[in-house]
Each structure stands twice: as C-alpha cells, then as structure tokens.
Design a protein around this ligand. Sequence first.
Ligand code: G1P
Length: 298
Amino acid sequence: MSSPKKIRKAVFPVAGLGTRFLPATKSVPKEMLTVVDKPVIQYVVDEAREAGIEHLIFVTGRNKAVIEDYFDAQVELYHTLEQRGKLQDLEHLQNIQPQPGTTSFTRQQEPLGLGHAVWCARELVGDEPFALLLPDMVMQSKRGCLAEMVELYEQTQNNIIAVQECHPEEAHKYGIVGRGEDVAHGFKINQMVEKPAKGTAPSNLYINGRYILQPEIFKLLQNQERGAGGEIQLTDAMLKLAELQEFYGFRYEGRTFDCGSKEGFIEANVAFALSRADIRPNIESNLNMLIKEIKLSS
Ligand code: G1P
C-alpha cells in the first residue's frame, strides 16, 4: 500500500442520467435540483470541504456542462449584486466558489457503472488516497460524514467505507458489508456484496455513498468485469482490494437522504427546511395544516 497521505482530493461521479426525475432532468442535471435553495451537489461539496478536501474532481457526462458553469465565477452577477448593495449575497457566493485550479472535470463517455465512473478519475487522482462522494446521497448531521471518516482514517489508514443500517427488506438495493472485529469508532469489514439477492445479505449495514480509497483501486477497476445490473461495480473491485488491504466500516449516525429518489429528495427538502430558523416556523405550521386537510379529504 502507498505510504499514509492526507486526503486532499474528492471524486464526485455526476454522470448519471437521472431518469427518475424526468422531465425535469431533460435539461437540468439531477445534481442541480435544489434542496431548499441550494443544488444537491453543493451540499455534498460542502461536506467534502468541511473534511479538508482541497481539490474537487467531477466525473461528468453529456448535458452536464451546467455543473461546470455552476462552480465557475459569475463575474457579471457579482458586479450586479455589488451595484445593488446585496453584499451579503455576494459574499456568500464568493465564499462557496472554489479557488482557481481546485476543480477538475472529466467525462464518463458511456454509462458503464459506478466502478467505471471512478476509474475515469484515475489520472486526476494520481497515486494518492482519495475520497469518493456519491452526490445522490445528501447527509444531515452536526458533523459531516466525511469529516468523521477522515478522523478515523488518521488512526487506521487503509480504506474506509461509511455504512448505516437499512431495513433487511431494502438490502437488495445497496452494497452491503459484513461486520468483523471492532476497532476505535469503527469495525473491520469482512464481506462486501453489491445488491445481494433477497435473504442473502451478510448484514443490514448498507454502503451509504461515502468512501476513502487507496489508489490501488484503479488497477483493479481497469480489469473489473461487469457485475450486478450488467455494470462495472465499485463494490466488486473493492472486494478484490480487500484481499490486499484492510477495509474499515464507519457507522454514520446522521440522516441520509437518497436524493436520487423522489421520496428521498422531498424528505431532504422538508428536513433541511425545518432545520432553517428563517423558514421553519411557516413551513412547520403550513405542513401540519396541509397534512390535516389532505387526511380529511381522502
Ligand atoms: C451505489 C453503490 C452501492 C451503494 C449505493 C448508495 O449503488 O454501488 O454500493 O450502496 O450507491 O446509494 P447505486 O445507487 O448506484 O445503484
């Protein structure tokens, strides 16, 4: 394994088609749909930055150019905001804008699966451990999931996967890990399976979309055959890497919203709206009224 290094780079696979959100995703990438007033991708990038990530690598696809524009400076807009005295808005935009040279974009030319998307980032990551964040999964907690993983990484090195419990009935939708011996703030992973057939999952701990991986994964991905769903699966390559290196599980205690599904996306909107002091009072009373009304009329 390569020598211990700081986690400086994060990969965001954003090439997915978002068919579950058609027709919106005909022209708007699903990562740009807003949860309250921020695009989904901004939540995930914020989480990465909180964890000390310095360089953001986006694996995009066709019709995703707007993501690149979003992370660029919008000089005319900044100028207009300044002229209108909207200095708070201006400052906020400037704060979230990545520094020059700290974002990279590459394209996954064919939708061959998550493993293939990650492999597309190999030249940009180079020979160092990196974080991987799946932007569909938006998390809510005091401390970011990745920041906690980086802390665990500082003690364990190797590879880390964040997991959470799912209902056994849901296990076939995810990557599932098996739980080995406990270590401080985590456990050794002794099994991994992508989308296990019903009743065969080694546990109810599902992979929630946050990883810290060693660069040796890229060689394995290069030769990885297609797995579940006919796609090149990251989990299958991680299983091979686990023969050579340790994998640790980090149990995340916060909330995870699968914003790739309609239900998860709407729940995320409600949860983040209710966590905002400026809009919570109205949203809360209006939602309660709405639920009562709908119950009465159905
Ligand atoms: C991917 C991963 C899976 C993980 C899931 C989390 O699956 O392959 O291991 O549990 O993300 O969302 P996908 O959602 O792309 O089918």
